[in-house]
Ligand binder design. Structure first.
Ligand SMILES: Cc1cc2nc3c(=O)[nH]c(=O)nc-3n(C[C@H](O)[C@H](O)[C@H](O)COP(=O)(O)O)c2cc1C
Length: 345
């Protein structure tokens, strides 16, 4: 079955859910253009999620995707928190921040039974997960709503595991991708490979439709992924300059600059590896491997630095999430971008 038939969409283009840089407006625009718009919920309260889902329902009758993280919440460690704050203390001094006033971060919440209650009110046609799947019980609740279930895989092993759990399609997230690595069966980053290497291997190993993600920025990239056996693509970074995205001013200007040619995997902003444009804090602390609190607890201590720097138009402490290919980013409506991406199909 084609991805279009499986998900009820016209174009095999999925707008990647991108927590922190978009809400319902981007999802609505892409769904109304015939692709699959996505609402990321990792950073939304239950009320905000309800409001965003109501906005989607009010503005489109086309299918859309609702996305969640599935990490196990970590036990906070005073020791790791203190070490992280000590590492950041020269910056606190520079910006005049009193470290004692910084709360331990809210970070990002995993999919929960309260989240499933909200989904029951809205019955989304598609639900996607990142960092593996929720418990069998929660997954069964989502399936009972009639939602098709997608999940990111970053290795062949993860793809096989997801197939065995009964998902409907697999998102092959290559190393080029912006934002968090969906890696969940291992923490070994040497298992992470580029989109085309990953796509070709997963297509060979599983029977489910495979969606290619990472570094796809134009119609030729979409067509190339389809030629390698993808049933569709999931595109993130390329949508970041669209007027419907809520991408911050510092993030937009970094994406438009030469700096966007330099990305790296970093865990400094959240505690989990994610691809971002290299900025001052990544350069000075090393992008990855510093002793920091476990995901998502690293968020809290760096948040006030980000806020102070951004108030001065600086992205020195911001997570400037981006894939390796920002060349397709354009300040055009998301509907136009979606149609352009599908132009060579
Ligand atoms: C700014 C940003 C935020 C992201 N947030 C999420 C998220 O909340 N949930 C998710 O499943 N994937 C997230 N991702 C990863 C995307 O699903 C996808 O793998 C990636 O965007 C594909 O690579 P590309 O950015 O090169 O197109 C994010 C990516 C970016 C760039």
């Amino acid at each position: 079955m084609t991805l279009q038939r499986l998900l009820g969409i016209e174009l095999p283009i999925i707008q990647a859910p991108m927590a922190g840089v978009q809400g319902s407006a981007l999802a609505v625009a892409v769904s109304n253009a015939g692709g699959l718009g996505s609402l990321p919920c990792a950073m939304l309260s239950l009320d905000a999620m309800r409001n965003e889902l109501a906005a989607i329902k009010a503005q489109t009758d086309k299918p859309f995707n609702v996305n969640f993280f599935c990490h196990a919440p970590p036990a906070p460690s005073d020791e790791r928190e203190a070490a992280w704050r000590a590492t950041l203390s020269p910056y606190y001094k520079e910006y005049g921040i009193d470290a004692d006033t910084i709360p331990v971060g809210p970070g990002r919440a995993p999919f929960s039974s309260e989240g499933a209650d909200v989904l029951e009110e809205f019955k989304p046609p598609v639900v996607s997960f990142h960092f593996g799947l929720p418990s069998a019980e929660l997954l069964a609740r989502v399936r009972a709503l009639g939602a098709k279930i997608l999940c990111s895989a970053t290795t062949v092993e993860e793809a096989r595991w997801l197939e065995a759990q009964g998902v409907d399609a697999i998102i092959a997230q290559g190393l080029e991708a912006g934002g968090h690595r969906g890696i969940f069966l291992s923490e070994d980053l040497s298992t992470q490979v580029g989109t085309f290497a990953l796509l070709a291997q997963i297509v060979r190993e599983v029977r489910l439709p495979v969606i290619a993600a990472g570094g796809i920025a134009d119609a030729k990239g979409v067509a190339a992924a389809m030629a390698l056996g993808a049933a569709g693509v999931q595109v993130g970074t390329t949508y970041l300059l669209c007027p419907e995205a809520t991408t911050s001013a510092v993030h937009r200007s970094a994406l438009k600059s030469e700096a966007a040619r330099h990305t790296a995997l970093t865990d400094l902003f959240t505690g989990r590896p994610a691809r971002a444009i290299v900025n001052r804090v990544m350069r000075e602390l090393g992008p990855i491997g510093t002793a920091i609190p476990a995901f998502p607890l690293a968020v809290g201590a760096i948040a006030p630095l980000r806020a102070k720097a951004e108030a001065q138009d600086s992205g020195d402490f911001s997570p400037l999430w981006s894939g390796q290919n920002a060349s397709g980013c354009k300040e055009v409506p998301a509907a136009d971008l979606t149609r352009e991406l599908a132009a060579d199909l």
